[in-house]
Write a protein that binds this ligand. Structure first.
Ligand code: CTP
Ligand code: MG
Length: 232
């Protein structure tokens, strides 16, 4: 396939739940910044022609230097106050000729290269919007404001949603144009659903988990140590 895909990487969050004292994207994992792990894996995908990263405004120059040697065209822009604003800033800087747009959280820094191509392939085959999903493992309950259980939710139709999420470029552009700027949806497919566009699912990856809490760094370090050690 020709390289027809641009990946937008929102990486402008503060990482408050991680509490590392530096922006999460610059947090070190096995000696390498989290954002570089993420972009290296994206750059290796056969579909990907370009990557646009949105980072905190005071980190733009540092991140350009950090990612300048990767084997793909990387554009670095300043992100916004919300994830939606950061994705919007990256979308505005994406090369307009590429018809497939993926959005991938920098925080899902160990998402495998294969998953990027699986999502891009599904969009290329004609889907408007594609998200990777996994079954929900825990029992889920609804509670009232006092914390009393109101109902046990049927888990069977529920899915936990990951990134990269893939879109026909026109679909994502329309969703951002229609979005309420005061809103802060946690994913991009949600904005597309509101337009009435069908969102398809593909199998996600356990390695595409989001580094959110300190314990997630422990898991990420362990996975990287296993990879470096090679197969048993
Ligand atoms: N993100 C962004 N711009 C924002 C907020 C979030 O680009 N204003 C990005 C984050 O950098 C991250 C992804 O969106 O890659 C998912 O967000 P999350 O995991 O919530 O990261 P943070 O917002 O940094 O973390 P926290 O909510 O704990 O502060
Ligand atoms: Mg956040």
């Amino acid at each position: 396939v020709d390289r027809d895909t641009v990946v937008l990487v929102p990486a402008a969050g503060r990482g408050e739940r991680l509490g590392a004292g530096v922006p999460k994207a610059l947090c070190l994992l096995a000696g390498e910044p989290l954002l570089r792990h993420a972009v290296r894996r994206i750059a290796a995908a056969r579909s990907v022609a370009a990557v646009v990263v949105a980072v905190p405004a005071d980190q733009v120059d540092a991140v350009r230097a950090l990612l300048g040697d990767l084997a793909v065209a990387v554009t670095v822009v300043a992100g916004g106050a919300t994830r939606q604003a950061s994705v919007g800033a990256a979308l505005a800087a994406a090369p307009p000729a590429l018809p497939i747009v993926l959005v991938h959280d920098a925080a899902r820094c160990l998402a495998p290269t294969d998953l990027v191509d699986t999502v891009a392939d599904a969009v290329r085959s004609g889907q408007d919007a594609v998200v990777p999903v996994l079954p929900v493992l825990d029992t889920v309950k609804a509670v009232d404001p006092d914390g009393v259980v109101v109902a046990t939710v049927d888990r069977a139709p529920l899915r936990a949603v990951q990134t990269p999420q893939g879109f026909q470029r026109s679909v994502l552009v329309a969703a951002h144009a229609a979005a309420d700027p005061t809103d802060d949806p946690t994913d991009d497919a949600g904005m597309v659903e509101r337009l009435g566009t069908a969102v398809r699912t593909v199998s996600g990856s356990e390695e595409a988990f989001k580094v959110t809490r300190p314990i997630d760094l422990v898991l990420a370090e362990a996975l990287l140590a296993r990879t470096l050690a090679g197969p048993p």
